[in-house]
Design a protein around this ligand. Sequence first.
Ligand code: ATP
Ligand code: MG
Ligand code: FE
Length: 346
Amino acid sequence: PLVLGIETSCDETGIGIVRGRELLANVIASSMDEHARYGGVVPEVAARAHLEALEPTLREALDTAGVTLDELDGIAVTSGPGLSGALMVGIGAAKGLALATGKPLYAVNHLVGHVGADVLRADGSELELPTIALLVSGGHTSLLHVRDLLSDVELLGETIDDAAGEAFDKVARLLGLGYPGGPRIDEAAASGDPAAIRFPRGLTQPKDLERHRYDFSFSGLKTAVARWVEQRQDAGEHVPVADVAASFRESVADVLTAKAIAACVDRGVPRLLLGGGVAANARIRGLAQERADAAGVELRVPPLSLCTDNGAMIAAVGAGLIAAGRAPSGLGFGADSTLPVTTVQM
Ligand code: ATP
Ligand code: MG
Ligand code: FE
């Protein structure tokens, strides 16, 4: 099926067009620069930016794919989780398009979209199921056991405070590295010593593991970094930014990959899929590969353009729903900022 996907859950206005598993267009407009001065995504600013970016992004996607709205078999839109105001802009646009064209509309879960993005890989290799999936971005940090993308996604664990990307952004800010933090810390860390400072590993103590085996916590780490830097500054000492960045990044990479591989081993699932913008992190990728190899786990990391928020991944899930004969969502649904990953379609 030929499907148009609309994604506006955070700061990317993404419009993608797929024909089944074939990617025809994946156009993204980001309002990231507008959030830079605040050090994080400002919901109101993101919603306004979506409103402005939607129409030109849609036109470019249709042009790139060389298709018209008439030819579509369906429209898919992210209905949650995400920022309410931002989601509502995409949902409103999708409903308008569906009404005007008479095409069926599918309300899709954003997190399922991140997993579904894998089917659009250019190399054509297929994701085998079941798989464990680790989704890490500015807004979420989730560990999933995916048995069937459209009907059986289990949430194993998630962050109990900050998302991994949020931690990168906050630590980058306190180190004066700018926004977005992930790439800046990656850069600074390249010349640092990851063993220079032993920062805490959230929720990895035996007593934590009983209740939070697959959960994450990054706010304690952020506070530990802040305290370490402050103590140096108060003592009038030089702050070794590269070493702090490398040591911080090591803590995040260590915890994320250890828990993801543990889930693969515990569940007897020899596959791990990485998704989300933080999957761009050089050390997280590297350590995940090392540990996956050691555990006999196959690691899959889709290209970055499919890892960060995009409309093509939403279109891909929509195409899956249509192919499976699922009923459309109608026009009565709203935005659900906390939509659980178990609800694939609203
Ligand atoms: P959502 O959470 O809804 O997916 P988002 O816009 O926060 O939305 P993405 O666009 O997928 O998520 O990713 C952006 C996040 O990824 C930012 O927090 C950014 O700092 C982080 N990031 C990007 N590159 C890297 C990197 N090399 N290392 C670590 N983090 C990175
Ligand atoms: Mg983003
Ligand atoms: Fe996302």
